[in-house]
Design a protein around this ligand. Structure first.
Ligand SMILES: [Zn+2]
Length: 241
């Protein structure tokens, strides 16, 4: 199991961990703890660098292993495979500009959820544009109107707070789960909760977020598209890269 340092401190850009093992095919590094976010809940895995013994290798993707607990830092297959030893200290550095854009976009998706009170059936976070799919049969929402409301929530500079509730509390309050396609981050008897603006959006989430909504900057809803009878896809983008 890899400790998820990114869940505790989303703004940490460098960090040290101990090597647990190396995987050769495809080449990947497993550490005891990491600041690299692993693909989950529609947010892509981080990229960046790992260094030790004077060798730096590129991490091109970060994903969970089949056990969903171990995190694999996938290396560029073109790089030399490091000859690091188990227990050795490895320096980490994430591609912060990319990750910060993903954090802004991911937080913006929560704001969109607060404006569209329907179950979420899917979504994907991109660096410039993201999409959220809702289970609704009519498009009662207008791009300009949603954009304006999103930008009001950004301008209010709402706080984004991380807390947790017990699995039992979540089971007794199933309405807190907005996303039908992603299981809440359960595991150790508690579930990580994200609270934006003291209840404007409050839902289980294991992703990385900005501290205040003002950091997202201006947003624009670019598309509202029907993806089937009960499915509408809303796309939104960052105006300032
Ligand atoms: Zn989230």
């Amino acid at each position: 199991m890899t400790h998820k340092q990114f869940a505790e401190e989303a703004y940490q850009t460098t960090y040290q961990g101990k090597l647990i093992r190396l995987q050769s095919d495809p080449p990947a590094v497993i550490l005891d703890s990491t600041i690299f976010y692993a693909l989950s809940g529609g947010q892509p895995g981080d990229t960046g660098e790992l260094s030790a013994d004077g060798l730096t290798v590129r991490v091109v993707d970060t994903r969970y292993d089949a056990d969903r607990k171990t995190i694999l830092h996938y290396l560029d297959p073109e790089s030399p495979v490091p000859e690091w030893k188990t227990g050795q200290i490895i320096e980490m550095k994430i591609d912060w500009a990319r990750r910060h854009r993903l954090m802004r976009m991911h937080t913006a998706m929560h704001l969109l959820c607060s404006l569209i009170p329907y179950p979420v059936t899917g979504g994907g976070v991109g660096e410039r544009e993201s999409r959220v799919e809702f289970d609704m049969d009519t498009a009662d929402f207008d791009k300009a109107d949603l954009s304006q409301k999103l930008n009001q929530l950004v301008t209010q500079n709402l706080s984004v707070d991380v807390s947790s509730i017990t699995d039992d509390m979540l089971d007794n309050n199933p309405e807190l789960i907005r996303t039908m396609s992603v299981q809440p981050p359960r595991g150790q008897g508690s579930v990580r909760m994200i609270n934006i603006g003291q209840g404007i959006d409050y839902q289980p989430c294991g992703g990385t977020h900005v501290r205040e909504t003002g950091e997202i900057g201006e947003l624009v809803v670019t598309k509202i598209k029907s993806k089937g009878k009960q499915n509408k896809r809303v796309s939104l983008a960052l105006v300032t890269p």
